[in-house]
Design a protein around this ligand. Structure first.
Ligand code: ADP
Length: 588
């Protein structure tokens, strides 16, 4: 038990037999611990006359973005209600439980009994929002595109609000690997890459999407990528790995910058910090329902709902739609692409349900390329989320079927690999790599949480030799050994006679070996609202809709049939900034 000064004072007084009522009235602080999503969560709670006065988080391993509301809203409500008998924050239930348990523990240690929640006090603690408010720019959707737009608009002097339907911000941008393709970036020369260009990046993007993307829009993305990345690095203070890049399938050069931690947390944390610094209100649990147009057809606002109550946000300059895709909406996925059926899980954040696409359509936007839905080939067979640990594939991990054979080039396009996997026995594959590859990728260390979770779930193991790999996966050992021998005989660029591995196979002769089971999941919806190169939303007749811009996964003309890895972050930041700047300029 650890008490802070005040309780020690009270306890010392007790020890001297001075237990008078006035002494009990002195505020006491006790520490308590609960278990959150990522481990112990410790708080220091100050009580005065049996009422909670303050809660301070002493230590926590929770994701600062996903748990933000727990440490603000839920914490404030616990204080206001003097109770932990409260609802969890949806989307952050484990962190909520961790906080509640920690406060209960502290109360027990301080000898305080907390009662039922005072409903009136809880209601009073909820912030009152005006039912009708006017801003220069209203941005809908707090993922990477929305934050980029809101921050750019605010920095340009506009009065901005950012609306998010979920309890937490980040969308798919948060859970993404968040690599960002930038031709001519500052890391490339360190790796000897001096012949990349925005033109080449545009060509790869167009080709990767089977020529269905809009080359004008693609060119804007690739030519503004470096500036966007510098904005992230220098203005937002996003940390990128200094000496390492990702080489995604379909790219002719290694060009993807890698954020620290290899996930979108680095970006979203910095986006949120900048939004806080600039004073941009980010209203969560606020779902945009209907765009408002004036008599001339200009979009002038949006009707939104929170807990069933309607709110109107008027926009003098305009609206930026940044609501992401629809990969988590099974019905919508099947409607637009019946081939992506029940066998597919999804990698997507739960808010990726696409109703806002219909909202845009009702306002006149053309929806294009809706049937092009990307599956991510290497995902957790239990939850559907991307196995970032298996990114060792980009550095030479091989894909094996249940028979122990390779069946596809590991750096093929995602759609090609996904369908190849579904054609194998059981519709899954195994990803195998060793320390030789691991020392470049380092994914086991980078994604320690996944490593622990997958190992516990029984879909991953670590072995000293191939016999152990065969025993775990139940692959025939002789075939596994033969496949690995063949891989070892074809290492190096240009030597893979079987599947033409474009970066070159790596030697797999020595352990430790890492092997994880994987299935494809719905990942990115390429289709969406048609935009032009200024991020303006376009109608079926090719006219722009005044007052309406869109950026990110909600748009449908950049990636054609298939988005190349690392292009989502480039897309959301480039077009988020363009849309935010244009909407801010329109308000002047
Ligand atoms: P992008 O990568 O294009 O930024 P994300 O998926 O990262 O897309 O972010 C989109 C965000 O928009 C998600 O957080 C999602 O919950 C939110 N969103 C989707 N529809 C609505 C809506 N109708 N109103 C408010 N927010 C929405």
């Amino acid at each position: 038990m650890q008490f802070k000064k005040s309780i020690i004072t009270a306890a010392a007084a007790l020890a001297f037999g001075a237990a008078s009522a006035s002494l009990f009235a002195a505020p006491v602080t006790a520490e308590g611990t609960g278990v959150g999503k990522h481990g112990d969560l410790t708080v220091a709670v100050t009580f005065d006359n049996g009422r909670i006065q303050d809660i301070k988080v002493v230590s926590s391993k929770e994701n600062p973005i996903l748990a933000k509301k727990v440490f603000t809203e839920l914490k404030d409500t616990i204080i206001a209600a003097n109770s932990t008998d409260l609802d969890m924050i949806s989307g952050a239930t484990f962190s909520s439980k961790g906080l509640i348990d920690a406060v209960n523990d502290a109360a027990k240690k301080a000898g305080v009994t907390l009662g039922k929640a005072d409903k009136k006090a809880v209601k009073k603690a909820a912030k009152a929002l005006p039912k009708n408010a006017t801003y220069d720019v209203v941005v809908i959707g707090a993922g990477g595109a929305g934050f980029s737009a809101a921050i750019t608009a605010k920095a340009a002097g506009a009065n901005v609000v950012l609306l998010e339907k979920m309890p937490t911000v980040g969308g798919n941008s948060l859970i993404s690997g968040a690599e960002m393709n930038v031709a001519g970036n500052w890391v490339q020369p360190k790796l000897g890459i001096t012949d990349d260009s925005a033109e080449l990046h545009a060509k790869d993007t167009f080709k990767g999407g089977d020529g269905k993307g809009d080359m004008k829009v693609i060119n804007v993305m690739t030519h503004n990528a470096l500036d966007a990345a510098k904005w992230c690095r220098d203005y937002l203070k996003v940390n990128f790995e200094a000496d390492n890049l990702f080489f995604f399938g379909g790219h002719s050069r290694k060009r993807a910058l890698i954020p620290f931690g290899h996930t979108g947390t680095e970006f979203i944390t910095k986006f949120q910090a900048k939004a806080d610094e600039l004073g941009i209100p980010v209203i969560t649990n606020m779902k945009a329902e209907e765009l408002i147009k004036d008599k001339d057809g200009r979009v002038t606002g949006v009707k939104a709902t929170m807990n069933g109550e309607e709110y109107t946000f008027n926009a003098k300059g305009g609206i930026v739609l940044a609501t992401g895709g629809f990969g988590a909406n099974k019905e919508m996925v099947k409607k637009y692409n019946p081939k992506i059926d029940e066998r597919f899980k999804t990698t997507d954040a739960p808010g990726t349900t696409g109703e806002a696409l219909y909202m845009a359509e009702r306002a006149g936007a053309e929806l294009v390329n809706m049937g092009y839905i990307q599956t991510y080939p290497i995902c957790d067979p239990i939850s559907g989320v991307i196995e970032l640990i298996a990114d060792a594939r980009f550095d030479g991990a091989v894909l094996l079927n249940q028979e122990g054979k390779r069946f596809v080039e590991e750096l093929q396009r995602r759609d090609v690999i996904s369908h190849a996997i579904l054609d194998q026995t059981g519709g899954y594959c195994w990803v195998l790599w060793n320390d030789n590859i691991g020392k470049i990728s380092n994914t086991v260390k980078e994604h320690a949480n996944e490593y622990e979770a997958f190992t516990k779930q029984g879909i991953m193991t670590t072995c000293d030799d191939l016999k152990c790999v065969a025993d775990f996966t139940k692959m025939p050992f002789d075939q596994l050994q033969a496949t690995v021998n063949r891989v070892n005989s074809m290492t190096g660029k240009g030597n893979d006679k079987d599947f033409n591995h474009r970066a070159g196979l790596m030697d797999l002769s020595q352990g430790k070996y890492y092997v994880v089971k994987a299935v494809p999941s719905t990942h990115h919806t390429m289709g969406g609202v048609r935009i032009n190169e200024k991020a303006e939303v376009v109608t079926k007749d090719g006219k722009t809709i005044p007052g309406l811009w869109a950026a990110g996964e909600v748009t449908g003309v950049t990636h054609g049939t298939n988005r190349l890895g690392g292009n989502a972050y480039t897309d959301i930041i480039v077009f988020g900034r363009i849309a935010g700047a244009a909407a801010a300029a329109a308000a002047k």
